[in-house]
Design a protein around this ligand. Structure first.
Ligand SMILES: Nc1nc2c(ncn2[C@@H]2O[C@H](COP(=O)(O)OP(=O)(O)O)[C@@H](O)[C@H]2O)c(=O)[nH]1
Ligand SMILES: [Mg+2]
Length: 407
């Protein structure tokens, strides 16, 4: 199954680019995006920290002084990076796929140990499907952060299918469970189509509480788009801390994309206002907006996000085309509360779940899908640039249930 990113790029390219000599443009774009993933460098050390932050580019400072509170007539110059679209290399074939799959499986190893290995232990030596088996399954699923409600729903459905298909072999029940989990993920993924704008940039507004991985995800996402030949603009609308602005600048420089940033404390809406003024005449394909996530002023934060959203919509009718909530998978059930909270304030259209490499509770992916009915676009499986994956339910379940010899 193609992930959201590929689907979107496919549409975009189909609409915008002249047909190449061979191959359907949509397919080519999808292939290019796929190759982006395939061409991702092999992981460095498992525990390698992200590249040390470089000092922000000098040009970045210049416009910070020239900042006033209201929207300006002359938008600031971009502070960093070059906007030229790098010529794309299109390597033959997809031989790297197994490596990518293996890496995903590796990164999910904590969840696999906590969920799948424990499921296996429950099934081990069982001859029949009985109530005791279901009780034990319940415990395993709940502790892997599937949540009580999702767990009960999964097991009810499993019981129904066992009865319907007259299953008696516990191994068959394990397959049934796997299928049900996959169905939950696919159910939400299926209607996840988004409409690409006919003209103007595709605007992504990124939200989430502090520390969940918004800025990192934006950096990785920018890289993904850039690899696929898209012209990307980053917008530093988290003006709460200077460090947050600098962090985004570092990413812009590392990836080689433009950024619009102002000084700490600037009104986030006016940063966005100016950034969109800057973006429109310059043919950006994608604009990604970073926002603040401090929770201690919840009401203010939500009001601020609503205001930013209004500003975007006024500047570019129909935008933001994606309002993406970033959730830290290691926070477990808390992530679900966050999704509800943000969704009430601004309608969330997609999720990115980060830090799946660091948690044994990856069951949250299934839980959040079922509870929130918001499609998961991406998953973060590490701190490196290439550690953001399109979320593909089948691949995810396969990686989770992968045994040693897989991949
Ligand atoms: N292991 C791991 N760490 C991540 C991932 N995504 C982000 N992080 C780390 O989480 C921390 C907070 O990220 P940041 O982007 O600053 O969060 P923000 O406050 O939401 O912008 C940083 O140390 C990131 O490197 C991920 O997928 N896996
Ligand atoms: Mg940040």
């Amino acid at each position: 199954m193609l992930g959201w990113f590929k689907k979107k790029l496919g549409k975009r390219q189909e609409a915008d680019r002249p047909a190449p000599e061979s191959g359907a443009p949509a397919e080519k774009a999808a292939a290019a995006a796929a190759e982006t993933e395939d061409a991702a460098p092999e992981p460095q050390e498992e525990t390698a920290p992200p590249a040390p932050p470089a000092p922000p580019p000098p040009a970045a400072e210049a416009e910070e002084d020239a900042r006033e509170d209201g929207p300006q007539d002359t938008p600031p110059e971009p502070s960093a990076g070059q906007s030229a679209q790098a010529p794309r290399e299109e390597p033959e074939g997809k031989q790297r796929r197994p490596g990518l799959f293996r890496r995903l499986a590796e990164r999910l190893s904590k969840t696999r140990a906590n969920l799948v290995s424990r499921l296996d232990a429950v099934f081990l030596g069982r001859k029949t499907i009985d109530a005791e088996l279901f009780d034990e399954l319940e415990e395993v699923l709940v502790t892997a952060d599937l949540g009580v409600r999702t767990t009960l729903a999964v097991l009810d459905e499993a019981r129904r299918r066992v009865k319907r298909d007259k299953l008696s072999d516990p191994a068959a029940l394990k397959e049934v469970l796997k299928t049900i989990l996959l169905e939950y993920l696919e159910e939400v993924d299926r209607p996840a189509e988004l409409v690409m704008p006919d003209e103007g940039p595709f605007v992504i507004m990124v939200l989430g509480v502090n520390g969940v991985g918004k800025t990192t995800t934006i950096g990785k996402l920018a890289w993904k788009f850039k690899q696929a030949g898209q012209k990307v603009l980053l917008v530093a609308a988290d003006t709460f801390r200077a460090a947050a602005i600098d962090q985004l600048k570092v990413w812009a420089e590392r990836v080689g994309v433009d950024i619009v940033a102002q000084q700490q404390g600037a009104d986030p809406s006016s940063v966005v206002f100016d950034a969109l003024d800057y973006a429109r005449p310059r043919d950006f394909d994608v604009v990604i907006i970073d926002t603040a996530g401090r929770l201690h002023t919840k009401v203010n934060l939500m009001a601020e996000l609503q205001k930013i959203r209004r500003v975007i919509g006024k500047k570019i009718p129909g935008a933001p085309h994606e309002t993406m909530l970033v959730v830290d998978a290691t926070t477990g059930q808390n992530g679900i509360s966050q999704a509800r909270l943000f969704n009430e304030a601004v309608e969330i259209t997609g999720l990115t779940l980060t830090k799946l490499d660091g948690t044994a509770k990856g069951g949250i992916v299934i839980n959040i899908c079922r509870e929130c009915k918001i499609p998961i676009r991406f998953i973060g499986i590490g701190e490196q640039m290439e550690d953001l994956r399109d979320f593909a339910p089948q691949e995810f379940i396969d990686a989770l249930f992968a045994t040693g010899e897989r991949g």
